[in-house]
Each structure stands twice: as structure tokens, then as C-alpha cells.
Design a binder for this molecule. Structure first.
Ligand code: PLP
Length: 369
């Protein structure tokens, strides 16, 4: 008889797994499935990045180190400087990660404090990582009336280890101004917790100005920023990300991470260097998502649905019911009910702009009543 970890035992089904059964049922009917559910990029990885990966394959394949190649840390520092005017020391303020999910999950193992504060609705990994680390999860509601920014004054910070923020936000597409990061970082320093800013969608935006980052703060003490090439460079399968910020946090991660076995393979690091050093493909990918958004959003609005979210990330966050999602599902169009991201998401639908443009055209016809 094996016994599961009580945390694993207590977890509900990952919400998207529930869609799997429906997908299999629909597939059996032969209907074309158009999937706006999972937030997985389906754009081609640019050829120059694939070539950099292939060129990096060597006869010997030594174990990679957790601190990563200096050239990768320099490429990340260069990108952060161009994009956010941030000055990061590649040796002490940056550590590469295997995508960002594992680093997000693992963070709660690294710092003392009983509680992890997570936004709600949210990407589920902040919560899961905290639970597996034996910490208590404190949910911080995001509300439409507040532009999906939480009320940081509503929290008792005395027992908090980590505050997670995620802007551009999954699922709402909202962005946060630097002033908000300043407020959160000041609280982090006052109460001795880590401000962890997950900025996985920082490069996907549709407004006139690029979203702000916590890397723009003049003082990064107690601040850790997580970013990734998965969305920016259409590289979800490459698993290439980083954590950057406070040298003490980065030093703690460099101590922790060799224990876990999450050092990114060098071939992937070489591909990541090529990606961080190049911006034209990011402009192109943004244009592709913009074309999808410009097609789908007005069509949904014409159906009487209201956009309730912001103008960044590749998600549309629309007011809409689980019933509507269920109707569309029967017609082969899959969207994520907001309730998948927690109770605060109820009454909304998250629509990931990942299917090809032509498929979105067909979806629009099927979404009409
Ligand atoms: C908010 C958010 N953070 C982090 C990630 C993780 O991305 P990756 O592990 O591919 O870098 C995702 C992926 O969907 C996400 O939505």
C-alpha cells in the first residue's frame, strides 16, 4: 500500500483536465475543435532560434550548472537594460530557470515565513507551490472595479514569506504601473517578505505603451522578477526563463536550485541567448496576436459580450457565463470558464488568442447564437 503526500491527496483535479474528457468526446464526433482554452502558444519558434539550438549540439553533453552560462546571463541583462532601463549584474542578480513554472513552484521552499499571498483569480502554480512547501495560502482578491489590482493594505504581512503579483495578468490581461510595484516593494522591505513578480506576458500587449516591470524599480531589495521566453519568443517547449532582482534572493536560489536538478541544458541556453538578443521576432509575434485580437474582440462584442480585462497578455477576459462556455463547447469551440482560476473568476470567460487566424474566423461563425 502506498500513501500519497497529504498535499497531493488533497488537490482537486487540475481544472483543465476536466476539459480533456469533453475534448475526447467531441473528437469522436469528428467535429473540428477550436481551442481557446489552454494558454499555450502555437506560433512557430523563429528559425534563427531553432538554428541556434541545433548549432549548439556538441559531442560531449556535460551536466549543466544551475548558475547557467555567463553569456546567457549577459544576454538577459542586456535585454532588461534595453527594455526596462534596468541595471542588473549578470553574476549576482540573474539566474536562468527551466521555463518559469518550476521556479514559481519552487520559490516557497526557499524562504521562511508561514504564508504565501497569492492573487485570486490566478495562474494556479503560486498556490500549488506554497502548499507543497507546507505554507498557508492567503488569497488576495482581484476585482474589476480596482482594475484587477489587489488592495495591499488589506493584508496582515507579519507572517508572510512571499507575495505573488502577475502583470500582465493571467487571466485578466490587466497591467500594473511602476507605482504599484513601488508600494508592494516598500511593504516587502518593511515586513521582510519576498515580492515575486511573475511577468511571463510582459512582451504581449496591445495598448500604446509597453507594460511596466518591477525591474524598473530603483531599489530591487526584496524583489524577484520572473520572466520566460515561452510567450515572448514562442518557445514553450524550450523551457527557458530567468529570475532576476535582489542579489540576496538570487544567491538563495543559487544555493537551493542545485538540489532540485533544474539547471537548464546548455543547448537550450544557447537558443535562449539568441532569443533574448533579438527583438524583431517579438514585434512580429505581437502583430500576429494583435490581428487575432482585432478579429475576435469586436465579434464577441457584437454578440453582446463585454470585455472586462486589460489590453495585455494573449487573453481576452470577457464577461460571460459557464453556460455560454458549455454551449460553445458543444459546437467545438473551447474557452476557459473564469471559475477555473478560482471563485473570483466566476462570471467571466478567458479566451486565449492561440488558434490560427483562419480557425478564429470559423470559431466566430460557430459562436453566434
Ligand atoms: C502567469 C504565468 N506564469 C508563468 C507561466 C509559466 O510559463 P513557462 O513555465 O512556460 O515559462 C505561465 C504559463 O502559462 C503563466 O500563465
Amino acid at each position: 500500500m502506498i500513501r500519497l503526500s497529504p498535499v497531493l491527496e488533497g488537490l482537486g483535479t487540475y481544472p483543465f483536465v476536466k476539459l480533456e474528457a469533453a475534448r475526447a468526446r467531441l473528437r469522436a464526433t469528428g467535429i473540428e475543435i477550436i481551442d481557446f482554452g489552454m494558454g499555450e502558444p502555437r506560433e512557430e519558434t523563429p528559425a534563427f532560434i531553432r538554428e541556434a539550438l541545433a548549432a549548439a549540439i556538441t559531442p560531449l553533453a556535460p551536466y549543466p550548472t544551475a548558475v547557467g552560462l555567463p553569456a546567457l546571463r549577459e544576454a538577459i541583462a542586456g535585454w532588461a537594460s534595453r527594455r526596462f532601463s534596468a541595471t542588473l549584474d549578470p553574476d549576482t542578480q540573474i539566474v536562468p530557470t527551466l521555463g518559469s513554472k518550476e521556479a514559481v513552484f519552487g520559490l516557497a521552499h526557499v524562504f521562511a515565513g508561514d504564508q504565501v499571498v497569492v492573487p485570486q483569480p490566478a495562474y494556479p502554480v503560486y498556490d500549488r507551490g506554497a502548499r507543497f512547501a507546507g505554507k498557508e495560502v492567503v488569497e488576495l482578491p482581484l476585482r474589476e472595479a480596482d482594475g484587477w489590482l489587489p488592495d495591499l493594505d488589506a493584508v496582515d504581512w507579519s507572517r508572510v514569506a512571499i507575495l505573488w503579483l502577475n502583470y500582465p495578468n493571467n487571466p485578466t490581461g490587466a497591467t500594473a504601473p511602476v507605482a504599484f510595484y513601488e508600494q508592494a516593494a516598500a511593504l516587502a522591505r518593511e515586513h521582510g517578505f519576498v515580492l515575486a513578480s511573475d511577468e511571463a506576458y510582459s512582451e504581449l500587449y496591445f495598448g500604446s505603451a509597453a507594460p511596466d516591470s518591477a525591474l524598473q524599480l530603483s531599489d530591487l531589495t526584496n524583489v524577484a522578477v520572473f520572466n520566460t521566453l515561452s510567450k515572448r519568443s514562442s518557445m514553450p517547449g524550450y523551457r527557458a526563463g530567468f529570475v532576476a532582482g535582489d542579489p540576496d534572493i538570487v544567491a538563495a536560489l543559487k544555493k537551493y536550485r542545485p538540489n532540485v536538478g533544474v539547471a537548464p541544458p546548455e543547448v537550450l541556453q544557447r537558443a535562449a541567448i539568441a532569443a533574448w538578443n533579438e527583438e524583431t521576432h517579438v514585434t512580429e509575434v505581437r502583430a500576429r496576436y494583435r490581428a487575432k485580437r482585432d478579429l475576435l474582440l469586436p465579434a464577441l462584442e457584437a454578440l453582446g459580450l463585454r470585455s472586462a480585462g486589460g489590453d495585455a497578455s494573449f487573453f481576452l477576459w470577457m464577461e460571460g457565463s459557464d453556460d455560454l462556455a458549455a454551449q460553445w463547447l458543444e459546437r467545438g469551440v473551447i474557452v476557459a470558464p473564469g471559475s477555473f482560476f478560482g471563485p473570483a473568476g466566476e462570471g467571466y470567460l478567458r479566451i486565449a488568442l492561440v488558434p490560427p487566424l483562419e480557425a478564429i474566423e470559423r470559431a466566430i461563425e460557430r459562436m453566434a447564437p
